[in-house]
Design a binder for this molecule. Structure first.
Ligand SMILES: *Cc1c(COP(=O)(O)O)cnc(C)c1O
Length: 345
């Protein structure tokens, strides 16, 4: 059987032999008692990487975001976030359910939240109004095709937050990609945020896990929230070992995924009627608009699957492909050829 080219997401990677060895060799203890040396090492390494006081290992990016929101708010507070953000679209309404937060969604053209617009929607101090509490940023931006939010923009929004006594949360599931694309250190991005969540299971190839970073006091509250959400894990050093391996061996390779996405995009762009959103792809995500090609995502994805290429639907006329550790540039080029054949058939 033909090899399947799975470019649905950068989460589909499988642990490499080296990573599996690190997992097998991990020293472990009970992490709920703060007794797992491998988890503690991972948390220390990540805190230093982002130049924050402390870090916390959590099972998923969704739990990472929700732990941050829970630890920084009270029920009835309002969070300000992009209409297209992951927190608003793909976390099952958790902020409303588990933290009682009201989501104030604002349109952010091109995935770039504007400090002026944020300032407009911050609530006045009035008995009728919810309290504006947290501004949520996302970098890189998933639904906007892996767009990198410029550091200057983040700093401007952080200034608005500080001036109004609000906090900034950064959903940095793919902050690795932002840093690889710009050369800006992770710590500079982190400095704009009071809380940050990043995924070891996306571009870095770990099988599971995200990190929350921030001040020591914040991480103490986040640890309680994680326990409340059922995310206190025991001998979880076997997974943290994969995270440490991912940071050492796979973080330096993240930029290669951007090159693969570019090569793929160059071929896809020449397909009749197809438009990339945005074009060129800024990082490892390629969003393909089929509207002008007269094909539906459902038909195209079904034909792709028949030919051994897996992508995902991403809106009424959109499909998405993501470059990752386990796909080569040649495979991305093959996938682009298959897509051309399917659309031009
Ligand atoms: C994937 C993702 C998350 C959530 O991560 P999970 O581990 O899938 O829960 C959060 N934010 C963004 C922007 C993501 O792409």
């Amino acid at each position: 059987m033909e090899k399947i080219i799975d470019i649905r997401s950068d989460t589909v990677t499988k642990p490499s032999p080296g990573m599996r060895e690190a997992i097998a060799d991990a020293e472990v203890g009970d992490d709920v008692f703060e007794g797992d040396p491998t988890v503690q090492k991972l948390e220390a390494v990540v805190a230093e990487l982002f130049a924050k006081e402390a870090a916390l290992y959590v099972p998923s990016g969704t739990m990472g975001n929700q732990v941050c929101l829970k630890a920084q708010s009270s029920p009835g507070d309002e969070i300000i976030l992009d209409t297209e953000s992951h927190i608003a679209n793909y976390e099952v309404g958790a902020a409303a359910v588990v933290s009682g937060l009201q989501m104030r969604m604002i349109d952010c053209p091109g995935g770039l939240m504007s400090p002026e617009r944020v300032a407009q929607v911050i609530r006045v101090d009035n008995i009728h109004c919810p309290k504006s509490r947290i501004i949520c940023l996302e970098n890189t931006h998933n639904r906007h095709g892996g767009v990198v939010m410029p550091l200057e923009r983040m700093r401007a929004i952080a200034e608005v937050a500080r001036a109004n006594d609000l906090l900034v949360h950064l959903d940095g599931a793919r902050i690795w990609n932002a840093s690889a694309a710009t050369g800006i250190p992770l710590a500079d991005y982190a400095a704009t945020a009071d809380s940050l969540q990043c995924c070891l299971s996306k571009g870095l190839g770990a099988p599971i896990g995200s990190m929350v970073v921030g001040s020591r006091q914040f991480i103490k509250r986040a640890r309680r929230a994680r326990k409340m959400f059922g995310g206190g894990m025991r001998q979880v050093g076997i997974l943290a070992a994969a995270g440490l391996y991912a940071l050492e061996y796979n973080l330096p390779r993240v930029g290669e995924d951007h090159q693969k996405a570019l090569a793929f995009a160059e071929r896809v762009r020449r397909i009749d009627g197809v438009v990339l959103r945005p074009d060129p792809p800024p990082t490892n995500i390629v969003v393909i608009d089929l509207a002008g090609a007269g094909k539906t995502p459902g038909d195209v994805l079904a034909a792709l699957e028949q030919a051994g290429v897996w992508m995902v639907p991403f809106g009424a006329t959109l499909i998405r492909a993501v470059a990752h550790l386990d796909v080569s540039k040649d495979e991305m080029l093959d996938a682009a050829e298959v897509l051309a054949r399917v659309i031009e058939a």
